[in-house]
Unconditional design. Structure first.
Length: 266
């Protein structure tokens, strides 16, 4: 039995509720009457192309979902979606690689919307070499799975409970933002990995600014904090879903380790 394509009104209502907006709130934002919006959501009216774009912008829908709304309303997609390895994407990926390389000797990666590795700098290689289950390194290489899988980096993460909670919270927020079935399946998978502790999460002091990643490696205790960067005004679906995660040493021991690893690699 084939799945029935969603109606545009269903998509609008779904994202309005996801953004916790009332019909009146959205109607005011879109500069239409609440009655008109009600007709759109119920299917009594269909949005014009411009109205679909306005509503999707006011709802801050991801570009992929904006195209979905346009298609449901009977229009062609507005935003291009180039394959990540296509020629039109090469300038953007070259720019991303420059950012990653400039971050050396600290690790930095670029991932797609499912947190599969797209690019990485040389500093991530020593950590990938520590993955015991080499099947985790097969394409597509999922960064979150590598982090939390028992055969991945999980045995080396000193604050695994805390880091797991952080990643699962990040994944839950991504699911809320993108409404992606693959992300939901990934979240379910990660939540069911064995070896979870019942210890309470560590509480941080007022001086802490981020959840650290702490690794026990060869008698060393390494600590990193990370930031995530996305393109500010992308017009391509694939590019809009690309994220760069950069890791910074949180202490002198980690800084010295990264500098030593870079020297050894050179």
């Amino acid at each position: 039995m084939k799945n029935t394509p969603p109606e545009p009104g269903t998509i609008i209502r779904e994202w309005r509720k996801k953004r916790r907006m009332s019909q009146l709130d959205l109607a005011l934002e879109a500069e239409i009457s609440q009655r008109h919006l009600s007709f759109l959501e119920s299917g009594r009216s269909r949005p014009s192309r411009n109205m679909a774009l306005v509503i999707s912008e006011r709802l801050d829908m991801p570009l992929r979902q904006r195209n979905r709304l346009l298609t449901a309303a009977g229009f062609a997609p507005h935003f291009a979606e180039q394959p990540i390895d296509s020629e039109p994407m090469k300038p953007a990926l070259d720019a991303v690689q420059l950012v990653l390389s400039a971050h050396l000797p600290s690790p930095a990666i670029a991932v797609d919307r499912h947190w599969n590795l797209v690019l990485g700098n040389d500093a991530i290689m020593p950590f990938l070499d520590l993955v015991a289950d080499k099947s985790l390194l097969d394409e597509p290489m999922n960064v979150l799975r590598i982090s939390l899988h028992p055969g991945g980096l999980a045995p080396l993460i000193a604050n695994l409970d805390e880091w797991r909670a952080h990643l699962l919270d990040r994944l839950a927020r991504l699911n809320d933002q993108y409404a992606d079935a693959t992300l939901r399946d990934l979240e379910d998978e990660l939540r069911n990995y064995p070896g979870r502790s019942t210890k309470p999460l560590q509480r941080h002091g007022a001086h802490d600014i981020a959840v650290p990643l702490k690794l026990s490696l060869g008698g060393l205790s390494l600590s990193f904090i990370s930031t995530i960067t996305v393109f500010g005004t992308p017009l391509d679906v694939t590019l809009s879903e690309l994220a760069i995660e950069t890791f910074f040493p949180a202490d002198d021991t980690t800084r010295a380790f990264l500098a030593g690893s870079a020297t050894a690699a050179a």
